[in-house]
Design a protein around this ligand. Structure first.
Ligand code: BLA
Length: 520
């Protein structure tokens, strides 16, 4: 029975995970002053590396390294670059043998970054990676073939599948999933590569609370994290804050940072011992994560993790490029349909007549079930629509909320009467907001069934703190039927609607002019 940790915060997102003041003990941390390179903070386990009885605190960091190696000058260069660019860089370090305890490793794979007044070095003993290959060769093989392979793939799903297969090949972990964030930060597993004898997570939804906001924020800066064993001891940073009154050491860029105890329990509850995850970041936003699971402890050498990080940057670029490519293709398709229609417009064939005669093609091009053009002199109605008075009410509400272009895929939540008309979603774009001229697009309900992880309503927002800070215990699946929603309107829909609106605006002005003439 594990002791319940005591928490000084009352919401998941308030846990200061970047300053846990401890690391995982599969590596060693040494922080030294930027100014005089004197060692200022170490992880407690560092003392076991050196034979002196006295701590290395206060020593010149460079004196801990093997003298007369090129590594030192390379280190100087690296320190300069990490400080200038606020990044983390890898470096090989060889410790000064004459200072080391008899059984301590001499050669390390290390990373360096700056944090406040300090440079931080994190060391992991360099181990052989698979007998016959080096990590670098492996990754080169993959990295160099990724771009040409992705080029031929036409969907994000296929790309995601390629990514999880690659990461699983490199890490050999039991289950590797690509988890994509939705707008509300819940997420869905869109690709998976796994061992035959472990459960599948494919297509499952996970609630936003499983990865709280501060973790998502941190993962945008630091793209990789490994816990090789949930039961591995943490090693505290010394001298402690209590003893010296120093600032906590910010471990945002760390590789060894101790995981939140809440999340460690989550991993245990998943039936796992090891977890490795890699961020995917597009356009400055966390797109998703590649999350790797192992039922036994599983250490992944530092260079392999960093290569995975490199790959995920490559993946991220390709994801963004492919998303844009797909959006562009969709837009081109819609535009072609729209162009064909617009070509028919002429003095004796106004847009109103054209869209009416090509009603189906017009609605299909926008993947909609109905359309209204509303102006003072004419209303054009195609397909299935809501009564004009109700649309005007929705228009006014959107106008008051300054919400144009207005889209809503769940209209009945606010206007229950919408259901009677067999519709669920609307997009309204004003032509003349002041005159309340607009075009409106309608979509029918599109029922979806989602499979969510965990017991339904396992936790409530008003549960006591101890309950809220506990991760889920159940990874069973429950189904959620999404009703009363239409397919959502996206930016391509909005762009095209605006383009059409320019034609409708010309038409509206034209009609208005003629009406004025005939009235006079
Ligand atoms: C972090 N939560 C995470 C991480 C993942 C998940 C992948 C990143 C750390 C890692 O690599 O293990 C969640 N794991 C998932 C999801 C899948 C998965 C969604 O495999 C889907 C396939 N978690 C909770 C609750 C809290 C919580 C209730 O369930 C808070 C009260 C917190 N999750 C939490 C915290 C972190 C986290 C604090 C950050 C861990 C850290 O980096 O220190």
């Amino acid at each position: 029975q594990q002791e319940q940790p005591q928490f000084a915060f009352d919401k998941c997102e308030n846990e200061p995970i970047h300053i846990p003041e401890s690391i995982q003990s599969y590596g060693f941390l040494i922080a030294f002053n930027i100014t005089d390179k004197r060692v200022a903070i170490i992880s407690e386990n560092v003392d076991s590396l050196f034979k002196a009885d006295e701590s290395i605190i206060g020593e010149d960091f460079l004196s801990l390294l093997r003298p007369e190696t090129e590594e030192k000058s390379f280190l100087e260069l690296t320190l300069k670059r990490v400080q200038e660019n606020k990044i983390r860089l890898p470096i090989r370090l060889t410790l000064n043998e004459s200072l080391l305890a008899p059984d301590a490793d001499i050669e390390y794979l290390a990373v360096v970054y700056s944090s406040g007044e300090h440079f931080v070095v994190e060391l992991e003993p360099s181990t052989e990676f698979r007998d016959t290959y080096s990590a670098e060769q492996f990754i080169k093989l993959y990295a160099m073939s990724i771009a040409p392979r992705f080029k031929h793939l036409t969907s994000l799903k296929e790309m995601a599948q390629e990514m999880v297969a690659t990461i699983r090949f490199l890490t050999n972990m039991d289950r590797v999933v690509l988890y994509k964030f939705n707008e509300d930060f819940s997420g869905k597993v869109i690709a998976e590569a796994k061992a035959d004898d472990i459960d599948s997570y494919q297509d499952l939804y996970f609630p936003a609370s499983d990865i709280p906001a501060q973790a998502r924020e941190l993962y945008k800066t630091n793209w990789v994290r490994l816990t090789p064993d949930t039961e591995l001891d943490a090693s505290r940073l010394i001298p402690s804050i209590e003893k010296t009154g120093r600032e906590p050491l910010d471990l945002t860029r760390s590789l060894l940072r101790r995981f939140s105890p809440i999340h460690l329990q989550y991993i245990r509850n998943q039936g796992l011992r090891a977890s490795f995850s890699v961020s995917l970041v597009t356009d400055g936003e966390l797109y998703g994560m590649i999350s790797c699971h192992h039922r036994e402890p599983c250490y992944i050498p530092q260079d392999v993790r960093l290569q995975c990080e490199n790959l995920s940057q490559l993946f991220s670029w390709h994801l963004l490029a492919k998303e844009q490519e797909i959006a562009k293709a969709k837009k081109t398709n819609i535009e072609r349909a729209v162009d064909e229609m617009l070509d028919k417009i002429g003095p004796s064939n106004p847009i109103g007549r054209v869209v009416k005669s090509g009603e189906k093609a017009f609605l299909d091009a926008m993947n909609c079930d109905g359309f209204i053009y509303f102006s003072q002199y004419e209303t054009i109605t195609l397909g299935k629509t809501l009564p004009i008075d109700l649309v005007k009410t929705i228009f006014s509400a959107a106008s008051r909320a300054d919400a144009f272009p207005y889209t809503n895929d769940n209209l009945s939540e606010t206007w229950p009467e919408v259901k009677e008309h067999g519709l669920a979603g609307i997009m309204i774009i004003p032509l003349f907001e002041k005159k309340r001229y607009f075009t409106a697009w309608f979509r029918k309900e599109s029922v979806r069934v989602q499979k969510w992880i965990g017991a339904e309503n396992e936790k409530s927002e008003d549960a006591p703190k101890e309950e809220r800070l506990k991760p889920r215990t159940s990874f069973a699946i429950h189904e959620r039927k999404i009703i009363n929603h239409s397919a959502p309107f996206d930016s391509a829909d909005i762009d095209t609607a605006y383009r059409l609106n320019r034609m409708f605006l010309v038409y509206a002005l034209d009609v208005q002019e003629r009406m004025h003439i005939s009235i006079q």
